[in-house]
Structure formats: C-alpha cells, structure tokens
Design a protein around this ligand. Sequence first.
Ligand code: GDP
Ligand code: IMO
Ligand code: MG
Length: 453
Amino acid sequence: MTVTIVGSQLGDEGKGALVDRWGGDADVVVRYQGGDNAGHTVVEGGEEYKLSLVPSGAVRGTIGVLGNGCVVNPRTLFSEIDGLRERGLDPDVRVARRAHVILPYHRVLDGIEEAGKADDDSGVEVGTTGRGIGPTYEDKAGRRGVRIGDLLDPDVLRDRLEYAVSHNRAVAEGVYGLDVSDSEHAEAFDVDALFEEFSKVGERLADDGMTVNCSDFLHRRREAGDRILFEGAQGTSIDVDHGNYPFVTSSNPTAGGAAVGSGLGVTTVGSGEVVGIVKAYLSRVGAGPMPTELDGDDREESLADDIREKGGEFGTVTGRPRRIGWLDLPMLRHASRVSGFTGVAINHVDVLAGLEELRVCVGYELDGERIDTVPTTTQRWERCEPVYREFDTWSEVDWTAVAAEGYEALPEATRTYVEFVAEETDAAVYAVGVGPDREETIELANPFETSDA
Ligand code: GDP
Ligand code: IMO
Ligand code: MG
C-alpha cells in the first residue's frame, strides 16, 4: 500500500499539511527527491513545524526515510532533528546510503552561479533557494558526487573528496574567478577540513543507526504489511523534466520520481494512490513565466498583495514574498497526466474568500490558437495569453466550524470551484484545505482506505 503526494503547481501547495493528515495512517513516510530547498509546514493544534529535510510524518511519530533520490545536507538534517527533539518530538529518520551529500562547496557554487547570472543580466537567473541543490545533482550526474554511504568509510571518503573538491575548485576559480584560498569560502574547498567534519557526520549516522539500503528497507517493510507514504517536495512545474526549464529545480518531484528515488518498483508506486496537491490559486518563488500572474496593473497588484498577506505567501525557506496568480488549469492538466493523479487535495480555499472577482485560466491563446496544456518551451509559455472563466465568489465563513461539519458545509460556490478543478484534472477530490491546521482539512476520502492503495 503506497500513497504518493505530489505538488501540482510550483511548490508550496500545502503538501506538508496533507502528509501530516495522512501520515498518521502510514508506517513510513519517504522523501524521494530534493533536499533542504523544501519547506513543508505542519500545524497541529496551533503548534507550527517547518520541515526542510525531516519527513513531515515526524510530527506523528512515523518513521521518516530520505530516499536515494534526495540530496542531503547533514548540517541541516542534524539541526532539524535536534530542534524537533527540543520541542519534545523524537524523530526516527533513516537516510539512504545511495543518497548524495550536499557539501559546503555546493552551496558556494549555487550562490556564485546565481550571482553571475544576475550580474550579466542574461535573464537566466533561477532564483534558487541557495541550498546547493543544483550543483549537488550536477555532481551526481557527473559521477563525482559523495554519497551518504561514502561517509561511513574514511578511506573512500577521502578519495571521493580529493577528486570532487579538485573539480569543483577548478570550476569556482576558472569559471567564476573566485580566489578560493583567499576567500571566506576557503574552508568549503579544503579537503582536510571537509574530511574532518564529514567523517564525523558518518560516525554519527552510524552510531545512531540512521543509514539504510533504502530499496531493501522499504521492500521489507512493505512485505511486513506496512503502509508507505511518499512525500514529494517542490512541484510539477519546477520538475527538471516536466517543468518550465530552465526555471526549475534539479530533481523529479513528479510521481515517477517516487520509484526511482526510493528503489520501490514502478508497479508498486503505480498500484497505489497518487494525490496531486493543488493550491486554489498560484504562488511562485523564484523566476520564470507565470501567465496568470496578478501583476498587470495597480488593481491586480493590490489583489495579489491581499492574497499574499492573507495566505502568508512568503517562502518558508528563504522568506521571499511569493508571486501570486489565478489558478492555471493547463498547468494542472499537465500535472495530472505526468503523475497519473488518482485524487486531488485542494488547499487554501479560505484564502480566496471575500474576493470581488474570481477567475480560473481554462486554456491559453498562443499565436492565434487555443491550447489546453503547457507548451514545452519557456519562450512559448511566456507568450501564452490566459483564457479565463469567471466563477462566483464566496464570503468569509467560520472555516473551523465548516471543517468540523464536513464538505457539505462549504459554501456552494466553493464546492462548484473544487468540483470543476477535479473534473478538469480527471481525479477525485480527496480533501479540501480551509486553513493550515490539521483539523482544518476536510477529508472526503482517505487514500489509504481506497480499495487498491
Ligand atoms: P508545502 O511546501 O507544499 O508543504 O507548503 P508550505 O508549507 O511551504 O506552504 C503552505 C502554507 O500554507 C503553510 O504555511 C501551511 O501551513 C499553509 N496551509 C496549508 N493548507 C492551507 C489551507 O488550506 N489554508 C490556509 N490558509 N493555509 C494553508
Ligand atoms: P516545497 O517542497 C517552492 C524553487 C526555487 C527556484 C527553483 C530552483 O516547499 O514546495 P533550487 O534551490 O531547488 O535549485 O531552486 O525552485 N523551489 C521551490 N519553490 N517550493 C519549494 O519546495 C521549492 N524548492 C525549490 O525558488 O525557483
Ligand atoms: Mg514549501
């Protein structure tokens, strides 16, 4: 039994809230891609947890696994675990020995590459989270990465570092003109200092019994009858293959990533449920096209400001204000096809309450033609003009009371909106989010309780 949670848009759809909601019915929660670029929020009885690396099931006491598809910054991992312990939780986190390690020089390279793009005004700056995600996946694909398993063997670690550091140092100096030995970043490229720190990381991981052969571990847990919840990070439109390249992250948040990034077979993931998490409007941190962005005139900008304030749309990881737009159905249809959604959860309908107008982009006009899904190139997507359909708005209500009563208590206009989205994505509505708290998610179906999950 598996349930895979996937971001349908541009990240920050409220995945953490649904992982928490259904995490109580799971035995293991698995992150299968990304790293501490993610920021997942869980709110339980007013208590808020922001998780970057520790799987969101931790708040429920579920075992968390960081799969082989993840890139792991041990500094973040340990500080997050320690922080949760201070708050009275006892997270049980396992890390795949095949997962790659984010090393300090990856973060330096992420920063200088982005700064370089910004300086030369080339328009290709992505607005990354600066966590070293891209450079770490580059090293992985370039066969010079350091894996969690390498940290456990000092001889191997030293060899891997010698090679990886010399390469990355040459890039920093030769391509970006960074005087490594003379800069504040010297330690990040110093093999001895890195060896010293990361061999100790290996010792802590070993002492705490945290490393696993992920595929084998999950396979056994499944054979023993465990329920597995996959926690996607980021979202479909920033997937390195299916998103709007190059304004993407460097991994596959889409459902296929769950198989590759964990070592469970595609038939296992595919015979379970795949739930697309949808924000009832759009938010985006970072650069890239966004046809429905509310930035056309003062009126749109003030509407975006209102939604941003009400929805708390500021990046969990970087604090950047998120860009705001109307819901984009071509984007959602694409997401549903790529991941094969069986269900959707639609969050943040409370944030849209009280608006004077409510629009949904139902298709695009591109060069005089009507299209219904996202074009393959960023240049074409940028030229798309949204075709809107107006929806009736709904008023502010007592959302906590509505959540307690259930779906039928939602305003009729909200139900019309939600059902339209589900129909267009060809998926059933599993949940509707009317607020951040666990109790503010209205559940229509628990994906673990559908017949073949
Ligand atoms: P994630 O990265 O997909 O897990 O989402 P984030 O945690 O980065 O951002 C979602 C934000 O919206 C968080 O602050 C959540 O607590 C909050 N949230 C989640 N669902 C809802 C909802 O239905 N309504 C409101 N108002 N906030 C929500
Ligand atoms: P969660 O899991 C929203 C964005 C960054 C940038 C691009 C590449 O919380 O939904 P990266 O640091 O990954 O190389 O940045 O991707 N991005 C996110 N946007 N939510 C996220 O995660 C994101 N993780 C990365 O802003 O545009
Ligand atoms: Mg987030």
